[in-house]
Design a protein around this ligand. Structure first.
Ligand code: IMP
Ligand code: MG
Length: 186
């Protein structure tokens, strides 16, 4: 659906859940932690497109030690609510990750299905270490057991938009995280 009506767009934003300032502070803290944990080590920040692109852009600028950045793009196929499925990688990392400490930067862990598969895929390439940092965690929605090494915000089971997260490809450019209002029409 292509959306051009500004009023309809605004109606989708139900209420702000996490403010710009709260995000900024949490990222500054995470940057300091990464600086300490990975000082003197070859660090690669890996992001799975598209949802984490805003988080990665801000987080990498809160890191002051040398680091490289890599992207992957993945299409997930799951049947209904089953926890098994396949993820096909449409764009892969260029780096040989066996030479790096890899930190996966994720927007949100919801059912955990996509990340569980990507984690195993990267683990098989034998990086020096492999950890996951997620901006948001919705533990109530988990179908596959998966725990991030660090999560900046734990949120209830509500669909959220903004700061990279979309609904139908819109709202990624909101500077805050908001609850999505599906309205009465759909
Ligand atoms: P899962 O953990 O395999 O269910 O997949 C998580 C992916 O679904 C995330 O990377 C998001 O792209 C998307 N997603 C999950 N929950 C939300 C949400 O509340 N808002 C927007 N996207 C979401
Ligand atoms: Mg994502």
């Amino acid at each position: 659906m292509i959306l051009t009506d500004g009023n309809e767009y605004k109606q989708g934003i139900s209420r702000i859940l996490i403010t710009e300032e709260e995000i900024r502070q949490a990222i500054a803290k995470a940057g300091v932690e990464i600086d300490h944990e990975y000082a003197g080590k070859p660090l690669l920040l890996v992001s799975v497109l598209k949802g984490a692109f805003v988080f990665l852009a801000d987080l990498c600028r809160a890191v002051t030690i040398p680091c490289e950045i890599g992207f992957m793009a993945a299409e997930s196929y799951f049947e209904g609510t089953s926890s098994s499925g396949t993820v096909s990688i449409s764009y892969d990392l260029k780096q040989d990750i066996s030479k790096y400490h890899v930190l996966i930067i994720e927007d949100i862990i919801d059912t955990g299905r996509t990340l569980a598969i990507i984690y195993d895929m990267l683990k098989a390439r034998e990086p020096l270490s492999l950890k996951v940092l997620t901006l948001l965690d919705k533990p109530d929605r988990r179908l596959v057991e998966f725990k991030a090494d660090r999560s900046l915000f734990t949120i209830p089971d509500h669909f959220v938009i903004g700061y990279g997260l979309d609904c139908g490809e819109y709202y990624r450019n909101l500077p805050f995280i908001a609850e999505y209002n599906a309205g009465t029409g759909d």
